[in-house]
Design a protein around this ligand. Structure first.
Ligand code: ADP
Ligand code: ZN
Ligand code: ZN
Length: 747
């Protein structure tokens, strides 16, 4: 290839042509990662196709600067998939491809490389006499000993540590013919792995068997089909995934399993590892760049036929996956917001499966309304598992849910306490029986916020329009959006009052309350603060699993994917937290969270109970959760959505303007709105209005929302917005416009 057409991660959707220097020509092919000059900068991009002389007309062609020959080229299938992704989510192809490269390779300046280690071996046919220097002699003698006991080759580092000397000493001995040195690749990914014991392979129950059969049939017939596996918590969805994966492996094919980052728990991973061992590559966000690079290479070279990971794993370089599983498909973490591509991994999963004629399984106890609608329209095949896996022959029941109306709890009045009598008693009772409790505090919209008792003043971040949250160990207030901190005020800056108190309860506050009111109960806390260190999430779960605590308390993190036999009580501190957020999915999220967390109670042979504290027990969402009534919830939510034209009835496109000047940003948004009005008449247009978080990191945000009726194709929206953008011309430098197709929430 002499001329290469390259996609670059710049927000202009076109290809750029470069000449290929002689030395790189044999390596150059579609899918290769290259570094190219771009104006005064260097950028990393992906070669898409061979170009011709005609592509170089009219400008001075420049050479490609570097090609990464160690990273396998992206398969054609991924090039096509990212092309579709760029079109649908309205970004440049190069931006979409950036998500398909290992993160360390997305930057042009610091590319991750293969790591090698120098391995020293003994030359049996070397000189008969020992070398002269003491150091040299010591090394040769030691190497001979190692060689006789078959321990060679030895990492050079180890040789030097044992015998002294430097790399130069070894080089000299190589020159003299005593030793060989070879560079060996070190797999940083391989090294992180642990061995796992085998696990039992249970007899499937009828509903599981039906699900497995349906998916296996599609795989055997090499036919694209999407299944919505709606199974209550504990119905055995994971076992279904495992069996279908077995079929895929029996046929020698590959698969991707997406799980929310939060449920990449040791427990989940262990279940896949114990069935498929080394065939599994687990990707997670805490991997280092080097580790991820090696994982990517291993996957690209076909060493790991099964890839498990969070949303970015959907673009893993597997060849033609035959199965794609999306566990907890309703999770909003599958949607990426920043940077582009702003894709939804579940929807990309369905698209990738369609292109490779694969089976796609979307699993959930509380399917998203979008997927439910697709199932009802016949686009997806609905597979239901309405019952829990029976335990010891007895049908396992869903836990009893009990409501505690906080308005009738006199002891909580006028105090900062958050635990009602029944919940506190329940916890102590479980602890005394050797059983465990999980306490959920939904932090969204419910955090320890400082407040002036006299005038109601609340400290806000100076850069973002949100309340600061109090952190006790460090005694400071922190903004959870931008991270800045400040000491708590002693005097109200608004009325000079001295009565500053904390409203609501954070996880730390709850922890101290438990320590004070139930001193014998042992507590583990899991939230952003206690899990920020690598591995700490894992450690906390491990401790809890071993029974080293009676209570696990935390934020949403405790709600998902955990499976502890001894947990018989789940307490929800404020069931309606989050319901009031100005977001079309607020109710859906709240219902999902309540259902998920309730599913943690009593999974084995011990009966479970859920205590749900709330101020508004009559709220429909709480009532549906109380009755485990997904169908009722879905009907209720779908009808509101349809009246308002929200998904799944219509699609949303959010256009966010942000800039340092409020007025200037608002004006830009308004001008764009008028242009959209003239180019996109067949969609509903709302705004611009100040975003829910009006100010973030010292930038003001204004949002336009498009409601696209189902009959309007997305290409039509793209075209209209493209015209509006063109007519708009270039924005002031400081203002940024962000298009988000199918936004996860309104921010
Ligand atoms: P889900 O993913 O739907 O929450 P799991 O797959 O985690 O459910 O299953 C819940 C528990 O039941 C797990 O401990 C699992 O090992 C067990 N299990 C699953 N299927 C069966 C079965 N057919 N027979 C016995 N135990 C099963
Ligand atoms: Zn005040
Ligand atoms: Zn802030």
């Amino acid at each position: 290839m002499q001329i290469a057409r390259v996609a670059l991660p710049v927000p202009i959707d076109r290809l750029y042509s470069y000449t290929v220097p002689e030395s790189m020509r044999t390596w150059m092919r579609p899918g290769r990662r290259v570094v190219v000059p771009f104006g005064k900068r260097k950028l990393a991009g992906v070669v898409i196709e061979e170009g011709s002389e005609a592509d170089l007309k009219g400008f001075k062609a420049r050479d490609i600067l570097d090609v990464d020959v160690e990273l396998p080229p992206l398969p054609a299938e991924l090039l096509e998939l990212t092309r579709w992704l760029a079109t649908y989510y309205m970004c440049a192809w190069g931006e979409a491809l950036r998500a398909a490269l290992p993160p360390g390779s997305a930057s042009a300046t610091a590319r991750t490389r293969v790591q090698t280690v120098a391995m020293v071996d003994y030359n049996e046919e070397g000189p008969d006499s020992l070398p002269r220097g003491d150091r040299q002699r010591a090394i040769v003698e030691q190497m001979r000993i190692w060689h006789t006991s078959e321990r060679t080759p030895v990492p050079q580092q180890d040789v030097l540590a044992e015998c002294g000397g430097t790399a130069a000493t070894i080089r000299r001995l190589v020159d003299l013919g005593y030793l060989f040195v070879e560079q060996e690749e070190r797999d940083r990914f391989q090294e992180e792995r642990r061995d796992v014991e085998g696990s039992s392979r249970p007899e499937l129950h009828a509903a599981q068997q039906r699900a497995v059969d349906a998916a296996c049939r599609a795989i055997q017939e090499e036919r694209f089909e999407t299944f919505l596996l709606h199974g209550v918590t504990g119905s055995g969805k994971t076992e279904v995934y495992l069996r279908v994966l077995e079929e895929v492996r029996k046929r020698g094919q590959t698969a991707i399993v997406l799980v929310p980052e939060i449920s990449l728990t040791p427990q989940t991973v262990r279940r896949f590892r114990s069935r498929f061992g080394d065939e599994v590559a687990v990707l997670h966000s805490r991997m280092g760049d080097g580790e991820r690079y090696d994982a990517w290479r291993g996957i690209g070279e076909g060493r790991y036929p099964i890839v498990i990971g969070p949303r970015s794993a959907i673009l893993a370089p597997l060849t033609n996956p035959a199965l794609i599983i999306v566990d907890e498909e309703h999770e909003s973490s599958y949607k990426q917001f920043d940077p582009a591509p702003r894709y939804h991994a579940r929807d990309v999963a369905v698209m990738r499966a369609a292109r490779t004629k694969a089976a796609c399984i979307l699993g959930s106890a509380t399917p998203s309304l979008e997927s439910l609608a697709n199932a009802r329209e016949g686009k997806y095949t609905l597979l239901e598992m309405p019952e829990r896996v029976p335990v010891a022959g007895k049908p396992a029941r869903l836990p009893n849910i009990r409501i505690v109306d906080l308005r009738n709890e006199p002891e909580l009045k006028g105090s900062t306490n958050a635990l009602s009598g029944p919940l506190l008693d329940g916890i102590s009772e479980r602890a005394s029986r050797g059983e465990q409790t999980i306490l959920l505090l939904n932090r969204r919209g419910f955090a320890p916020v400082m407040e002036c008792i006299d005038c109601g003043w609340v400290p806000e971040c100076t850069d973002c329009s949100v309340s600061m949250v109090y952190h006790k160990p460090l005694n400071h207030l922190r903004c959870h959006y931008c991270g800045i901190t400040q000491p708590p005020a002693r005097v109200c800056p608004s009325c000079s009052g001295k009565d500053l108190a904390f409203q609501g309860a954070g996880t730390q506050r709850l922890e101290s309350e438990l320590a004070a009111r139930a001193p014998d109960v042992r507590v583990l806390r899991m939230d952003l603060d206690t899990t920020s260190k690598k591995g700490s999430h894992h450690d906390i779960l491990e401790q809890f699993g071993k029974g080293e605590a009676d209570v696990l308390l935390g934020t949403q993190m405790v709600a998902k994917g955990l499976d502890f036999e001894k947990v018989t009580l789940v307490g929800i501190i404020r069931a309606e937290a989050g319901l009031q957020l100005p977001d079309i999915r607020a109710e859906e999220r709240a219902f999902q969270l309540l259902t998920q967390v309730a599913g943690r109670a009593g999974r084995a042979d011990l009966e479970g109970e859920v205590i749900l504290q709330c101020m508004d027990p009559g709220h429909p969402i709480i009532q549906f959760a109380l009755r485990h009534d997904y169908a009722g919830f879905a009907q209720y939510a779908l009808s509101t959505r349809s009246v308002l034209g929200y998904p799944p009835t219509g699609r949303l496109v959010s256009i966010l303007f942000s800039g340092p000047d409020d007025e200037e940003t608002r004006k830009a948004a308004e001008r764009f709105r008028t242009l959209v009005d003239s180019h996109l008449t067949d969609v509903d247009r709302l705004g611009p209005s100040p975003a829910f978080i009006h100010r973030l990191k010292n930038r003001f945000r204004h949002q336009i929302l498009l409601k696209v009726p189902q009959i309007v194709p997305s290409s039509r929206v793209r075209e209209g917005l493209g015209k509006a953008e063109k007519a708009m011309g270039s924005l002031p430098q400081s203002i940024r416009m962000t298009i988000d197709v199918d936004p996860a929430g309104l921010v």
